[in-house]
Design a protein. Structure first.
Length: 60
C-alpha cells in the first residue's frame, strides 16, 4: 500500500485551521469530552497525513 502524497502548504494550513475552528466551536460552559470518533479521526490525520506522532491532550 502506498502512502499519501505529500501535503501542500495550503492543504496543511486548511487542515490546521479546520481542526482549530472545530475545537473552538466545541467549547461551552459545560464541556464534554471529545467523542472517540473525533479522537480517532484526528489521530489518523496527524499520524498519516501530517506525519506527526499524535498524543492525547492532557485532561484538565
Amino acid at each position: 500500500m502506498q502512502g499519501f502524497p505529500p501535503m501542500t502548504e495550503t492543504a496543511r494550513r486548511r487542515l490546521l485551521y479546520a481542526t482549530a475552528r472545530a475545537s473552538r466551536c466545541r467549547k461551552s460552559a459545560h464541556p464534554k469530552p471529545p467523542s472517540p470518533v473525533v479522537e480517532t479521526v484526528l489521530a489518523f490525520l496527524a499520524e498519516h497525513v501530517l506525519g506527526e506522532e499524535w498524543e492525547r491532550p492532557a485532561l484538565l
